[in-house]
Write a protein that binds this ligand. Structure first.
Ligand SMILES: Cc1ncc(C[n+]2csc(CCOP(=O)(O)OP(=O)(O)O)c2C)c(N)n1
Ligand code: SF4
Ligand SMILES: [Mg+2]
Length: 295
């Protein structure tokens, strides 16, 4: 009987990319982080990358746990430091694809300066930000992305601080690829991840995702499924929209799509070009080879 059951046991479709020994995961029922992980796993499979050359770096928070569940070289770093860690990894191993996967509180509050300067330098990494509008793991404090009037545990009468518009922040800081989708747009999100990972330079994808336990509960919005329905009814797909026009207001229309897709020399291109100008033939191009940073 046991053998029969074992024989019937099917392999999980994502086993190749997940550390199954760490499952069950910590995320709440109807949390949106899981579908974004699925989108990343499918994107990596469809890109047919050598998984030994892909690294995932996360900071802290519920989203920060993603790195620990991915069966890749993965790093769970400290608050706000996923991007500088990824930058270091990229310059040490320019042949690898380096993906940062973290939350709005982590990447945009304490990590905000790293975010803008790494985009400014056009460092060849991909940053995926799960924006659930809140510091979820620590109890639902207000975040730099919390919409005006939305409640959090530290804004019980409604937030009065202007939030960041993340695609605008990324684009104006220098990102060469910028997109926003929700955790509901799973196929379009997968495509965005594939494009972002394939892009040379700083690519950024914002994923609006439900936090059922804190953001939805504190704002009496139902559970994650209710928020998914809200995304379904209120998302407007507008490729090429000017990022300055796509602010997110509390429970109103959400503009999604691909907003920026441009070409620009990367950090390592610029380093190499400058050193070549200064040192001529004596300079050996850094980061050549089989990765993103071809010389
Ligand atoms: C230096 C430091 N300060 C504070 C914390 C506590 N902390 C853990 S998770 C978190 C919020 C994370 O929010 P976000 O990145 O949005 O992730 P979410 O939980 O919403 O997915 C904070 C402040 C910490 N881990 N390290
Ligand atoms: S607290 Fe919110 S973000 Fe964290 S796992 Fe639960 S639903 Fe997801
Ligand atoms: Mg968050």
């Amino acid at each position: 009987m046991i053998t029969e059951v074992a024989q019937q046991k099917q392999e999980h479709p994502m086993e190749k990319l997940l550390r199954m020994d760490r499952i069950p995961h910590i995320w709440c029922p109807t949390c949106g982080i899981g579908t974004t992980v699925t989108a990343l796993a499918v994107a990596l499979e469809q890109l047919e990358l050598d998984l030994d050359n892909v690294a995932v770096v996360s900071g802290i928070g519920c989203t920060g746990r993603v790195a620990g569940y991915m069966k890749l070289d993965s790093f769970h770093t400290t608050h706000g430091r996923a991007i500088p860690f990824a930058f270091g990894l990229h310059v040490a191993r320019p042949d690898m694809k380096v993906i940062v996967f973290s939350g709005d509180g982590d990447l945009i509050s304490i990590g905000g300066n790293h975010f803008i300067h790494t985009a400014r330098r056009n460092v060849d990494i991909t940053v995926i930000c799960v924006n659930n509008f809140i510091y979820a793991m620590t109890g639902g404090q207000v975040a730099p992305t919390t919409p005006l009037t939305a409640k959090s545990s530290t804004s019980p009468y409604g937030n009065y601080e202007h939030p960041f518009n993340l695609p605008l922040l990324a684009a104006s800081s220098g990102a060469v690829y910028v997109a926003r989708w929700t955790a509901l747009h799973i196929r379009r999100l997968t495509t965005a991840f594939k494009e972002a990972i394939s892009k040379r330079g700083f690519s950024f994808v914002e994923v609006i995702a439900p936090c059922s336990t804190l953001y939805a509960r504190l704002n009496k919005l139902g559970d994650g499924l209710d928020l998914m329905k809200f995304y379904h009814d209120n998302s407007i797909i507008k490729h090429g929209a000017d990022p300055k026009d796509i602010d997110i207001e509390y429970q109103s229309k959400i503009t999604v799509g691909k907003f920026v897709d441009i070409e620009k020399p990367t950090f390592l291109d610029c380093l190499n070009n400058r050193n070549k100008e200064v040192f001529g033939d004596k300079y050996k191009i850094y980061g050549g080879g089989n990765g993103h940073n071809r010389d």
